[in-house]
Design a protein around this ligand. Structure first.
Ligand code: ATP
Ligand code: MG
Ligand code: MG
Ligand code: MG
Length: 471
């Protein structure tokens, strides 16, 4: 019988419970007590203070299935959606954690036993990476998995060394990859074409064994810790005999709902649009459930950008009526049991999606018309004038990344410098005219979106440099 995403999540948590772990609920997507981090982007975020010793819990082993959003800051997978088989903006990270309890030996043995014995993955499809000088991990993998040396790849880059920030816990990591076979393009980890989708990273094991005291000093931790993260959708793809995350039962149900509600074929010309809609529906609904509402700054603007990108795809599919809110029941059916907050926030989610899409629809159609007119005199390799991109932004509510995304498939870029100039000019005018109380100043400082070349970056987050809590 096929293992559904829901049964796989359950099996993961049950396995670690059986092995002495406390099953802890996912924390919200808006991190508590961490204004420097935009969204929870890894399982360890809620345990940050436990790892540093600031906070104590009455357990030393935990397991979670954590809601994650990677749509801003250092980990921004927004532009990957629709293009790779393995990236979502919203995904679930399955993780097990040891707070000064077990370390490398047990972490590797627990992981290996779960994927090969409980889940039955074929050993000859698996390979792992270790940090280049981590002989300890190399030897444990040899012993536990019986791998030949060529299946344990030593990686010298920061991909395999994790740190929480400039100071604090840090250590090498080891990633488990699944080889989806030579029909798919891509090379093994460490090779020049490692970003292809043939070898897919499923699980990352972090060995927190040092404390970075200052730039020069790194001390061994007296009680090293473990932090792991495995993408549920990637694991489910493997277990369901699929290569692509979007063919997993859970995502597939959303894609089919999108096809049904838009009266189009799920696998026809709008295949990519359905994937984007399915992904963005999840991040939008879960963000709203955790209290984020669309707005023009900070987290709310990231949400608005995600929603509007999905709405453009609904437009491409020929939907004349708002689409997203009609897909919520399909999502609630798939994920409402594991995440009851979805059901609790159902009315708010539905109303927010409906209102935002209804409002945007009026200007979306006009803006896309303007863009089409511009396209008649732009050839591949050319750039859309910054002034036009700014007009789309200012008059029609097109976030810069939406305009970029719309032009990307046609090989056309955007003059982002010109856009920034137009934006600065308008800001200067607004400042002259403004006589507010200054109340929102802090928010704006931290969460102002700076639209930069190639990507929209989240200023407050990178500027602080404290975003390192990534598995
Ligand atoms: P990749 O190199 O494929 O982008 P990553 O190294 O950025 O992945 P980690 O930060 O190590 O990912 O996160 C732990 C696990 O979470 C990964 O091994 C993967 O299974 C999963 N994961 C990470 N990013 C995504 C995403 N955008 N969508 C779905 N799953 C993800
Ligand atoms: Mg990544
Ligand atoms: Mg990686
Ligand atoms: Mg990784």
């Amino acid at each position: 019988p096929m293992q559904t995403a829901n049964t796989i999540r359950r099996a993961f948590l049950d396995y670690f419970a059986k092995n002495g772990h406390e099953v802890v609920s996912s924390s919200p997507l808006v991190p508590r007590n961490d204004p420097t981090l935009m969204f929870t982007n890894a399982g360890m975020v809620q345990f940050k203070n436990v790892f540093t010793g600031v906070e104590k819990r009455d357990y030393v082993r935990a397991a979670t299935s954590q809601k994650c959003v990677r749509a801003g800051g250092k980990h921004n997978d927004l532009d990957n959606v629709g293009y790779t088989a393995r990236h979502h903006t919203f995904f679930e990270m399955l993780g097990n954690f040891s707070f000064g309890d077990y370390f490398k030996d047990d972490a590797i043995a627990l992981a290996w036993n779960l994927i090969t014995k409980e889940f039955g993955l074929a050993k000859d499809k698996l390979l792992v990476t270790v940090y280049h000088d981590d002989d300890e991990a190399f030897n444990i993998w040899k012993k536990v998995a019986g791998f030949s040396d060529d299946r344990i790849i030593r990686i010298p880059t920061s991909d395999n060394f994790w740190s929480m920030g400039d100071t604090g816990p840090c250590g090498p990591c080891s990633e488990i990859f699944y080889d989806h076979g030579d029909k798919i393009a891509g090379g093994p980890p460490g090779s020049p074409d490692q970003d292809g989708d043939r070898f897919i990273e499923i699980w990352n094991l972090v060995f927190m064994q040092f404390e970075q005291v200052d730039k020069q000093t790194r001390l061994p931790l007296p009680k090293p810790s473990i932090d792991t993260g495995m993408g549920l959708e990637r694991l489910a793809a493997v277990l369901q005999g699929q290569h692509d995350n979007y063919d997993v039962d859970l995502l597939r149900a959303l894609i089919e709902a999108s096809a049904h509600e838009s009266n189009t074929d799920a696998d026809g010309p709008y295949k990519v649009s359905h994937r984007v809609v399915a992904d963005h529906l999840r991040s939008s609904c879960f963000l709203i459930a955790d209290g984020v509402l669309p707005s023009n700054e900070g987290r709310g603007y990231v949400l608005r950008r995600i929603m509007r990108r999905a709405m453009r795809h609904a437009h491409l599919m020929g939907c004349t009526e708002p689409l997203l809110w009609r897909l919520f029941p399909a999502l609630a059916k798939q994920m409402g049991e594991a995440y009851p907050e979805l059901g609790r926030a159902g009315a708010l989610i539905t109303e927010t999606l409906k209102l935002e899409e209804t409002r945007f629809k009026a200007t979306l159609d006009k803006g896309l018309k303007l863009l089409d007119d511009e396209l008649t005199h732009l050839v591949p390799g050319a750039k859309l004038a910054g002034e036009v991109a700014f007009k789309l932004y200012d008059t029609y509510g097109f976030p810069l990344d939406l305009t970029e995304d719309a032009l990307k498939a046609k090989g056309i870029g955007v003059d982002t410098d010109g856009f920034a100039t137009a934006m600065d000019r308008q800001r200067a005018e607004a400042r002259k005219a403004w006589s507010g109380s200054g109340e929102a100043a802090t928010e704006t400082l931290w969460f102002e979106i700076k639209e930069k070349t190639g990507a929209s970056e989240f200023l407050g987050y990178d500027a602080i440099g404290a975003e390192g809590q990534i598995v």
